[in-house]
Design a protein around this ligand. Structure first.
Ligand SMILES: Nc1ncnc2c1ncn2[C@@H]1O[C@H](COP(=O)(O)OP(=O)(O)OP(=O)(O)O)[C@@H](O)[C@H]1O
Ligand SMILES: [Mg+2]
Length: 429
């Protein structure tokens, strides 16, 4: 270090001066020493020129203001104010102007010291231009990334909105379809009922008019003098006619009754809390004689703690339909078989109820149609084909569940009901 300012004095201090001079030049930062009184550089270290662009001789003896190294002079004012106030400054951010005219960014630490009654300022300058550029780049990258994420999010949101819209449209379309289907189903139901009723009522009418003729003939015969054989014949004919009449009227009555059940709804059914086990036992008990007649046995396994808040009446109707279907369709009349009724709890407050037989099973082609109104494979043998249609309506509309069928010809049929423990609230129709 040159002793222009005679900083470290002579004698003992010479050794220390030599050491300090080495340190002064070896540190990686740029170091400057300025006289506080006039602000002139007294000393700059070896890094100075590379940092500022000024050779040391152009700096020493001059002030930083003369060299115009401060790109933002207010930063100098602030630095000096802090230095005066605290005696030192650490990592103060400044922007300097290079001799070549470009800006560079530094962190400056400063402290004051005294030598020979003169005040000096030591400044350590660290060039952080590169670091700053890297930070800026990272910040820009981050910003870009954020922008990109935002753009994506926006796109996703748009897509979502579109999807929601599409879903709504679909829902509308589905509702519309259901409505149309219901209308169509109602139409075919009415046509079916008319068709079904046609036979018994037509039969009844034929028999009634035949009977009318017989009565006229009998009247005539009475006027002519009644013969025993004619009277006998008349009694037999009348008895036969009334048997046919009552059979057909009963059939018509049955059809009307099941037709009425098609429209079964919640409003007409009693809702209450009940143990599933009890309701099932009750149904099985009520059906006991019929079940025995069909030589069937019912094997139930239902957890005793399954409690439903639902409609026991309609549920019973479903069960008795499924049991009688198993007796009639699955097993050969008189030979019988086992009908299993099982129930277990599912997740989400649902239960599963199955009615299973190991009988004849259902042909795959028929499997799709069994819930349709009037689909029966026992046409003319007492089957109306309304049973499973009613079952389906009750399960979905009243009990708020769903019914599925699994069947393999020759291996039996399983009807699986998934029901909520708490049936939905009846909607006004
Ligand atoms: N457990 C079963 N095993 C075999 N076939 C069955 C079984 N249950 C129903 N089916 C078939 O499904 C058809 C429709 O059943 P559904 O209960 O609707 O009418 P049905 O029993 O024929 O007449 P209804 O119940 O009105 O007296 C039946 O005709 C039969 O072919
Ligand atoms: Mg049936």
């Amino acid at each position: 270090m040159e002793s222009e300012g005679n900083l470290l004095g002579t004698g003992e201090a010479r050794k220390r001066e030599a050491i300090l001079a080495k340190v002064f030049d070896l540190v990686p930062d740029t170091l400057t020493i300025t006289r506080v009184a006039d602000g002139r550089f007294v000393e700059v270290n070896g890094n100075w020129e590379a940092l500022t662009g000024y050779p040391p001789e152009e700096a020493i003896g001059h002030t930083s203001m003369e060299l115009q190294v401060w790109a933002v002079p207010e930063q100098r004012t602030e630095l000096l104010a802090q230095l005066r106030r605290d005696g030192e400054v650490r990592s103060f951010d400044v922007t300097f102007l290079h001799k070549q005219g470009h800006l560079y960014y530094c962190k400056v630490s400063a402290s004051l010291f005294e030598s020979d009654g003169e005040k000096y300022m030591l400044l350590a300058v660290q060039d952080v231009t590169r670091q700053r550029a890297a930070e800026m780049e990272i910040r820009e990258l981050n910003q870009e990334l954020e922008d990109r994420v935002q753009r994506r999010t926006l796109k996703l949101e748009q897509a979502n909105t579109e999807l929601a819209h599409a879903l709504e449209t679909l829902q509308h379309a589905k509702d519309e379809l259901v409505r149309t289907e219901k209308m169509a189903a109602l139409g075919s139901l009415v046509a079916g009922v008319a068709h079904e009723l046609n036979t018994p009522i037509g039969n009844g009418l034929t028999v009634a008019s035949t009977l009318e003729h017989k009565i006229s003939a009998f009247n005539q015969a009475m006027a002519d003098g009644l013969k025993r054989s004619v009277l006998d014949q008349f009694v037999t004919d009348t008895r036969n006619a009334s048997a046919i009449l009552s059979r057909n009227l009963t059939r018509a009555g049955e059809l009307v009754r099941s037709f009425k059940q098609v429209a079964v709804d919640q409003t007409s059914a009693q809702r209450r809390k009940f143990g599933l086990q009890e309701v099932v036992s009750e149904i099985v008990l009520t059906m006991g004689p019929t079940i025995q007649e069909g030589a069937c046995t019912v094997d139930t396994s239902i957890a005793s703690d399954l409690v439903l808040d639902s409609y026991p009446g309609p549920l019973g109707q479903v069960l008795s339909n499924l049991i009688s279907n198993a007796m009639i369709h699955a097993y050969v009349p008189g030979q019988g078989g086992v009908i299993g009724i099982h129930a277990r709890a599912l997740e989400r407050d649902e239960i599963e109820l199955t009615v299973r037989d190991q009988g004849r099973g259902i042909e795959p082609a028929n499997l799709k149609r069994i819930f349709e109104p009037f689909f029966t494979t026992r046409m003319g043998q007492g089957g109306s084909g309304l049973g499973l249609h009613i079952v389906h309506n009750i399960v979905t509309d009243v009990l708020g569940g769903r019914i599925d069928v699994q069947s393999v010809p020759g291996q039996g049929t399983t009807m699986t009901l998934r029901l909520p423990r708490t049936a939905p609230v009846a909607l006004p129709r």
